[in-house]
Design a protein around this ligand. Structure first.
Ligand code: UDP
Ligand code: MG
Length: 193
């Protein structure tokens, strides 16, 4: 028997064996990629999270990452950098007339920052609540700021405040090729796909 005939015979045999088997009626399991790309809307929302220089100095980077991983978000971009005044001036453009602006730039350039892009359903809103109020005195225990900071001028972490702001901030801090699209193998248990 030639190769083609053997394949044909095998598939006919398998077809007969599966008759009457309910498993046969199920569609084949899609790959993770397919599961992901056909998932619930909003699954690919992204936000910029940055551990500020005080957070890096105090070795809180791991703790911040842990909280986002534990919550179920997906890390798609990560880097440690010494931020320039230029990038910060753009990042904090809306605050340029605030009395604390100059001090904010001084603080944000005082040491390295760890910038991250996190992805997942409702990630912008959820990460703002995980980070807590701007002023740590008002931030609830259990939030990053509520657990690790006391003064508004040293509040450990940045989180984008809207989906539009997140898009702008991500493209400011990350080049397109620094963001990694990858399929997270626990998506089928995290979401109703
Ligand atoms: N900030 C400050 N003094 C203030 C208010 C804000 O030093 O009275 C700093 C603080 O680091 C804050 C950042 O400016 O995180 C940006 O302010 P924003 O109002 O955007 O707060 P956020 O979005 O970070 O919660
Ligand atoms: Mg803000």
């Amino acid at each position: 028997m030639g190769f083609l005939q053997r394949c044909l015979a095998r598939s006919l045999l398998q077809g007969q064996r599966s008759l009457g088997n309910p498993e046969r009626l199920k569609p084949p399991l899609p790959t993770w990629g397919l599961l992901y790309s056909t998932g619930v809307p909003g699954l690919q929302e992204r936000t910029l999270i940055a551990v500020k220089p005080d957070g890096v100095q105090r070795r809180l980077v791991g703790d911040v990452i842990k909280r986002f991983e534990q919550r179920g978000f997906k890390l798609v971009g990560l880097k440690l950098l010494q931020a320039s005044e230029g990038i910060l001036a753009e990042h904090y453009h809306e605050l340029r007339r605030k009395p604390f602006y100059q001090e904010l730039l001084r603080y944000m350039t005082s040491g390295p920052v760890v910038a991250m892009v996190w992805e997942g359903y409702n990630v912008v809103k959820t990460s703002r609540s995980m980070v807590g109020e701007t002023n740590p005195a008002e931030a609830k225990p259990g939030t990053v700021r509520g657990d690790f900071s006391v003064h508004v001028s040293r509040n450990v972490v940045h989180a984008s405040d809207s989906v539009e702001t997140a898009q702008r901030e991500i493209s400011l801090w990350f080049r397109h090729d620094e963001i990694v699209d990858w399929d997270c193998c626990d998506h089928n248990v995290m979401y109703e796909l």
